[in-house]
Design a protein around this ligand. Sequence first.
Ligand code: URA
Length: 237
Amino acid sequence: MERLQKVIAQSGITSRRKAEDLILAGRVSVNGNVVKELGTKVSYEDTIVVDGKTYFLEEKKVYLLNKPRGVICSVSDEVGRKTVVELIDTDKRIYPVGRLDYDTTGLLLLTNDGELANVLMHPRHHVEKTYVAKLNKFLEPGDLMKLKKGVLVEGVLCKPTRVTVKKYDKEKDYSIVEVTLVEGRNHIVKKLFLSLGYLVDKLTRIQYGFLTLEHLKSGEYRELSLKEVKKLYEYKR
Ligand code: URA
């Protein structure tokens, strides 16, 4: 059993705050009865109607996937490419939390918990994401300094929390760079390096908040524990 406003928010209907307003205004009913009490407990078997629209609730799940290359980060694809959702064996209507590009690999969360997805994707909550990028050239020390100070990407400053060169080869002309960002603009890592004249040949996300890939191989996934999900919600504070 969960509080009604929490269930409404998790189901992606609206935010918890707005759900409270809707309840107080008498616009929410549970199993046919209008409910105006904020503390009302409901379960996933209950039918909730908000402003005349019926919502069937689902138990919330969060999965951590090691996304392979060549899979699209979406729930469906009009040209029939494999989607990340197809890699997870579940009857829940899950979707990816943010995006990794078709050719990017690594840590991706998928969930049917709309509230959690909003918490994690909101820039205000500063969830750190760590990527390992293989660059097409040796990263010049001057450019490393620029990265550390922050670079304008499409007119908006992108300042990594951390940047570390893991490996480089001046002869073979490449570098492997680990970069941690709190922001989540689409293609941000590729754009960040491109703004300094580098192409990202390979990109993997190795960390999302406190979560890492651990032993998961490409294409493998696991369900997060309740303790881990609660810890993810703590980013809201
Ligand atoms: N930044 C990118 O450029 N691509 C991704 O897939 C993720 C972050």
